[in-house]
Design a protein around this ligand. Sequence first.
Ligand code: OAD
Length: 252
Amino acid sequence: MTKIKDELEELAGLLRLKPRIAVLTGAGISAESGIPTFRGKDGLWKEFRAEELATPEAFFRDPRLVWEWYDWRRGIIGSKNPHPGHYVLANWEKIFPDFILITQNVDGLHRKAGSGNILELHGNIWEMRCTREGTILENRQTPLPEIPPRCSACGALLRPNVVWFGEALPAETLEQATAASSSCDLMFVIGTSAYVQPAASLPLLAAQNGAKIIEINPEPTPLSASADFAFQAAAGEALPEIDRAIGRFGLG
Ligand code: OAD
């Protein structure tokens, strides 16, 4: 407990300097909102096979099956709300002059909490993309009235605007995330197993460029041993705790 208190004070001291901050989030930050993660004991990839549901080959083989799975996930996500951890990050965007949020999550909860400066590395489950024209449209209907949905302009299949295994990340988004990671002073890594590339490399890039790494995750990850601060805690508890520490010490 004393160790955590000392660490919190040290971190609050760093935050007081108004550093350039990059935050990388993963499925774990949404866990306390009631959205299942991918790995771990109740993870989606324990119950479902990624190669049958989250690859372009799977989609073109059986678009109905893939859309049924996304429709089910949209149903779960649509009824969920951000928790205090999401709100702390949305507030930090307002109080720190150089702050960027990089997320692997497709659930849109950061935006729902009020964050605006977000790089969505893996896309967004509330968007659909025409497989012929590449046009992207927002669609928040759940359940979907027609599965698989089709483009109203050209009749081609629509797909979820998310990144599947074997696909490249949106180039400009990845470029911005890489630039932000290389130039930040502090990087928070929250709720990710640090397993999926290229997202998992961003904290390493930040560390190589001299940033301090702060991990928040109840379980150890490949990153934990080299992190400057590793808070083994849930995001919904640790983030408000860090925020309170900033409050106690002020932002100068
Ligand atoms: P994972 O499911 O791999 O990891 C979730 C992490 O969150 C684990 O390390 C958990 O220990 C941690 N965690 C659980 N509850 C938490 C809590 N309350 N607070 C903080 N951390 C908690 O999710 P990601 O690392 O995001 O990609 O997975 C990366 C990508 O793999 C996803 O974007 C998705 C998936 O396949 C695609 O779909 C392309």
